[in-house]
Design a protein around this ligand. Structure first.
Ligand SMILES: Cc1cc2nc3c(=O)[nH]c(=O)nc-3n(C[C@H](O)[C@H](O)[C@H](O)COP(=O)(O)OP(=O)(O)OC[C@H]3O[C@@H](n4cnc5c(N)ncnc54)[C@H](O)[C@@H]3O)c2cc1C
Length: 349
């Protein structure tokens, strides 16, 4: 794996700060509903669907590298795409996603449908000028349902196979909610990722830290084994340079480096409660979770065990019956008996 740190020219710092706080349109809007915790948070104006998947534009792959350890169980690649000269240039923000349309046709003879990929680049792009976006793609490998032969996911393998210089059809940007607020300094951040759910946090962290934001930021990264950690060197390097940023990993099928047993991401809310509880109990924290569908259940259960009363209500509004039996929560209860507030941001797929 290569180093992921990009040198930050001094002159860019203000430009980045401006990009984060103003967006391309230069406006801030308060888009939140009144009445729930987090309702006062203002978010930057974002552009969406400037390029429709039915009329995609051509980008060019300029970098494609493995971003997990050589012995990782899965193949995850960091892919950078130059979209300069297209409407996607300077149109995206960290936290949004974009579409990829693989060439060819599906089993019904129709063009492949668009697949979405989270933007891993900061808002200013990998190049600092909003021309190069990036993502973090895991090759989907499976057994075919019909004949149990190897099944290769269409878009993920297409992107991972791309060579530098190859053209690629892209659309977007997509998403207007999974964002850093317009005033980043007003908040502390707990980012929780499983697998490629790390992608948007790479961009958000670069936006926050490169702009000089002094907020407390914790990233919890969950994977099966240490070799599966994505951008591991990059995050360790960021942590060594920024005292306000803490990088915590959770290995689900192996003991932790500190000797603790296997755990999922939510396990860190318990083992690292001295770090996380004060942040979550303050009225500044925002919680972001991205990755495997279903990860939110365990996180919410652990939050309900860690926090009480008003502290918990900042993030979850729970029916009394549900609160009395946290262990029996199911995914179906989320958004019904267990409602995340506007201070919780979820992107699971
Ligand atoms: C908002 C959002 C952001 C995302 N961000 C990322 C990201 O940053 N990185 C990333 O890697 N992914 C991301 N994804 C997922 C991505 O969009 C794709 O779903 C993923 O890459 C799989 O697409 P594919 O074309 O390779 O697989 P597909 O060809 O679409 O197959 C998908 C699944 O269908 C099953 N399947 C279909 N047909 C068969 C068959 N005949 N036999 C067996 N199994 C079959 C397979 O199990 C496979 O897992 C994101 C999704 C969303 C919604």
């Amino acid at each position: 794996m290569t180093g992921w740190t990009k040198a930050e020219p001094e002159g860019l710092r203000q430009t980045i700060r401006d990009a984060i706080t103003q967006g391309k349109a230069g406006e801030m809007t308060s888009t939140e509903r009144a009445g729930s915790p987090g309702s006062e948070i203002a978010y930057p104006e974002v552009q969406m669907h400037v390029v429709r998947p039915t009329e995609p534009v051509t980008g060019r792959v300029v970098r494609n590298e493995l971003c997990v350890g050589r012995k990782a169980a899965s193949f995850v690649r960091h892919v950078e795409i130059d979209v300069s000269g297209t409407p996607l240039e300077k149109s995206f923000r960290a936290g949004q996603s974009f579409g990829v349309i693989a060439p060819g046709e599906d089993a019904k003879g129709k063009p492949h449908k668009v697949r979405l990929y989270s933007i891993a680049a900061p808002t200013a792009g990998e190049d600092g000028n909003g021309c190069v976006l990036s993502t973090t793609v895991k090759r989907v490998l499976d057994e075919n349902w019909e004949d149990h032969k190897l099944f290769l996911g269409v878009a993920s393998n297409y992107i991972c196979d791309c060579q530098e210089g190859d053209e690629i059809l892209v659309s977007g940007p997509n998403g207007k909610r999974f964002l850093i607020p317009a005033k980043p300094e007003d908040h502390d951040y707990v980012f929780i990722a499983t697998g490629t759910g790390i992608a948007p946090f790479r961009g958000m962290l670069l936006d926050l830290l490169n702009s000089g934001c002094q907020s407390r930021i914790v990233l919890i990264m969950g994977v099966p084994y240490a070799t599966d950690l994505i951008y591991d060197d990059f995050f360790r390097d960021l942590e060594s340079k920024h005292t306000n940023f803490t990088y915590v990993t959770a290995l689900s099928r192996h003991n932790q480096p500190d000797g603790k047993g296997p755990m999922y991401v939510q396990g860190r809310l318990e083992t690292d409660r001295e770090l996380l509880a004060p942040i979550l109990r303050s009225d500044r924290a925002l919680v972001y979770a991205c990755g495997l569908a279903g990860m939110e259940l365990g996180i919410f259960q652990e939050m309900a065990r860690l926090l009480e009363g008003e502290d918990l209500e900042q993030y979850l509004q729970c029916d009394a019956d549900a609160l009395a039996d946290v262990a029996s929560w199911t995914r179906k209860m989320i958004h019904k008996q267990v409602k995340p507030t506007r201070r919780v941001f979820l992107e699971v797929y």
